[in-house]
Design a protein around this ligand. Structure first.
Ligand code: NAD
Length: 321
């Protein structure tokens, strides 16, 4: 049985739907604490090989119960507090879920590994661990230095290091993926793309941090899920894989693109670009993230399958629906 943690979040939801379609004969257990960021949709999936248990990975006694009750042979660790703004207001939650939670899972993993040498632990992480790039710097690769700037990225960086230490110290078969910004269905409306779409639908101001010139590298969530599966099944144990979309775009340009697409799609009575409203910048806001995905492309033959503009349009249509 495969364990997915945080499977009721944005990426976990997309991942579980894909996994159950591609591997209908493998049992999948999803554990999620069902936070404000969760989509209840995943907890209610009815599939013969799908099980959901509500619980918190930072609670070691909950994990004791789970690992006694189920025979787990592989873990995909998505569970994390994931919103940078929330990490500025409530950093403790990030330390508990992202660092302690991952550590708890690793401890239980060692027990399984003693009995099953085919066990694998895949840790889903972010490009934000590398900090911020200047405009003229090369994109981050797997050897880039960790320089996290927010409590969110620092907690993810810590968890990556702990995962790697379990590989080096105990030979635990681990894999780490560091991915750029995702977009697609089921993302919480606190994040840039769904928030922009919602503001336009409600004819409310679209808040843009600072001057809006921060650059992010966007990847369609389905491509990320595909990459995670490739790394899990074919990746070299103990290694890290960077995953990016090669779609660098300034936040303000992305928001204007969404405005133009929605103006046309909905024949709006206003030009939605007039809703754009600049607000005070986030403290410690990173200027630019960009990812060099050569390793996963060359070694595991992964490619982002899809066209950014088409996926953005599909995403907008999904939220409207
Ligand atoms: P999300 O916030 O949408 O979902 C996270 C899910 O994890 C939620 O359902 C939440 O309830 C659950 N969770 C949080 N803490 C938990 C705990 N202690 N115990 C059990 N469940 C818990 O996040 P997401 O965007 O789906 O991100 C998933 C993973 O991917 C995270 O690890 C994140 O760091 C990483 N990631 C996200 C992006 C992105 O653009 N969204 C990019 C790269 C990496």
């Amino acid at each position: 049985m495969i364990l997915v943690t945080g499977g009721c979040g944005f990426i976990g939801t997309n991942f579980i739907k894909k996994f159950l379609t591609q591997y209908p004969d493998i049992e999948l257990l999803n554990i999620d604490k069902l936070s404000y960021a969760s989509i209840v949709d995943t907890s209610q999936i009815t599939h013969k090989n799908y099980i959901f248990e509500k619980g918190d990975i930072s609670d070691a006694s909950f994990l004791d119960m789970i690992f006694k009750k189920y025979k787990i042979s592989g873990i995909f660790n998505f569970a994390a507090e994931s919103h940078v703004d929330q990490s500025i207001f409530h950093p403790r939650k990030f330390i508990e879920s992202n660092i302690l939670g991952t550590f708890n899972l690793l401890e239980k993993s060692l027990e399984i590994f003693e009995e099953n040498e085919n066990f694998k632990f895949l840790h889903v992480s972010t490009d934000e661990v590398f900090g911020s790039l200047n405009l003229n710097e090369d994109p981050f690769d797997e050897l880039s230095r960790y320089k996290p700037n927010s409590p969110y990225s620092a907690s993810k960086a810590s968890s990556d290091h702990i995962v790697n230490s379990f590989n080096k110290t105990f030979n635990l078969p681990t894999l780490v993926t560091n991915c750029s910004n995702n977009f697609g269905p089921y993302q919480h409306k606190e994040k840039l793309i769904p928030k922009t779409i919602q503001c336009i639908l409600d004819r409310k101001n679209i808040p843009i941090y600072g001057n809006g010139k921060q650059i992010r590298d966007w990847l369609y969530v389905n491509d990320h899920c595909e990459a995670i599966l490739k790394v899990f099944f074919n990746g070299k144990l103990g290694e890290t894989y960077n995953i990016g979309g090669s779609n660098e775009i300034k936040n303000i340009e992305l928001v204007k693109k969404i405005c133009r697409l929605m103006n046309d799609l909905l024949s709006l009575e206003i030009n939605s670009e007039t809703l754009i409203s600049y607000v005070n910048d986030r403290p410690g806001h990173d200027i630019r993230y960009a990812i060099n995905s050569s390793k996963i492309k060359d070694n595991l033959k992964w490619q982002p399958s899809s066209n950014f503009d088409d996926n953005l349009l599909d995403t907008i249509k999904w939220y409207i629906k």
